[in-house]
Structures are given as C-alpha cells and as structure tokens.
Design a protein. Sequence first.
Length: 252
Amino acid sequence: MEEQIKELKREVKKYPKGELVLIRNGKYQKWYRSFGFDKEIIPKKNRQLAEKLAQKKYLETSIEYLEREENAIEMYLNRHPNNESRLLWVLDEKSKYDALLLNYSKPLSKNIPKDMIEWMNEPFETNPYKLEKLVHVTESGKYVRSKSEVYIYSLLSKYKIPFRYEAKLELGNNVYYPDFTIKHPKSGEVFYWEHFGSMDNPKYIKRFMEKIEKYISNGIIPGVNLIMTFETQDKPLNVDKIIDIIESYFSN
C-alpha cells in the first residue's frame, strides 16, 4: 500500500497549486482557489481549473484514506505479529473443518425475507471477463476470482446476508460488475462491496481510481453504500476485518 500512496502523491504534484473552495449563495455556487489565508475567485469560464482542483482534492482525500488503512493494518500487525488468523485457518478448505461448518452460522438475521431469497435466486447477468480466472471455489461450490473473495462470500453466507456475486451494474454508458451486490436483510437497502486485491500495482491503482470516481458520481459512496477492502501481496485481507465490516454494516 505504501507504493500506491507514493504513486498518488506523485500524481497530485502534477495538478495546479491551491485548494478548491466551494461557497454556496442561495441556489448559486462560487468557486475559489485557496492558498491558505488568501483565496481568489475562479470565473465560470475557467471551469477546467475548478475541475482540476476538484480532481486534486479527490486524490488527496484518497491518500488520507489509504494512509489511515495502512496505519490500521500496521497497528493490527503489531498486536498480532504472526499475521495469522485462527479463524481464517478454520475456514480454509485445507483445514478440513470447512465441510463440518456448512450448517453453522452466526446470523445477524435469523431468516432471510422471502422476497430477498427470490432476488438472490433470480437469473442475473454476470461478469464475462476472463472466466478462466474463476479458480477459487466456495463452500457452496461457487467459483470466484480470489481467496479473499472466498472468505467474503463464505462469511456473507454464514451471516445470512442476501447477495449476488459479480452482478451487472449499469452506470450511464458504463457497465461494471461489483464483486458483491448486497441487500440489507432488514431494510432492503442495496450495498456494493468491492475488494481491491492488487494495491501494490500502479496500473491497478489507476483503474481503481477511475472506477471509484464513476461510482461516486452515481451516488455510490465509499463508507455509505460502497464497502471497500484492500490487500497487497505482502498484506493479505484478514478475515477478522471482514467480520468487523459485516457486523458494522448489517447488524442493525
């Protein structure tokens, strides 16, 4: 994650100096370019500058988010230096425990509503991209693209959270396939869960930024209705983190 933060910081340096400040006056909005205590108005005809500063703000906010994630990971690793999760091992198919846990769950919802079961079982269009990458099998026999997705898939199932894997999502002229499309078992509110598994790859980071920008512009907001998890080759996703997320988002 350290490398992608450095890459984003290098990218920020390419943008104009100053910070975008938005001030609303009734139904009108004014753009300002701030340099600390001083600021200058940005004319509407110079929209390109405002857009560049908005993009810069987005990148800087992303850096802050990733730095907090990195600090959280470091704190966890310091407390658990062996970097091994007992729970992850028990869930792993190689442990031979997983077959005996199929009927065990700690559900947040004792019963999935009938309409949500029907939603889960309805045919839906899935991601046609590189189907040969679907090589990791879940307890239910579903093939997914990564080991971390196996754990997310399995824990959503164990907690009885209704979801679809890689269901088609149209946003304007763009088509995406979020890793998981989830319905809150009580409210029916829709959430999306994206797991970003190559955050030490600069090209991957660029695609990640483009996707998140598109999501935000369509009302799919990180921390609100978009769940994001990250990992690098050296720092894989921890099962305890997945459980914390599920209980945080879907316990009420």
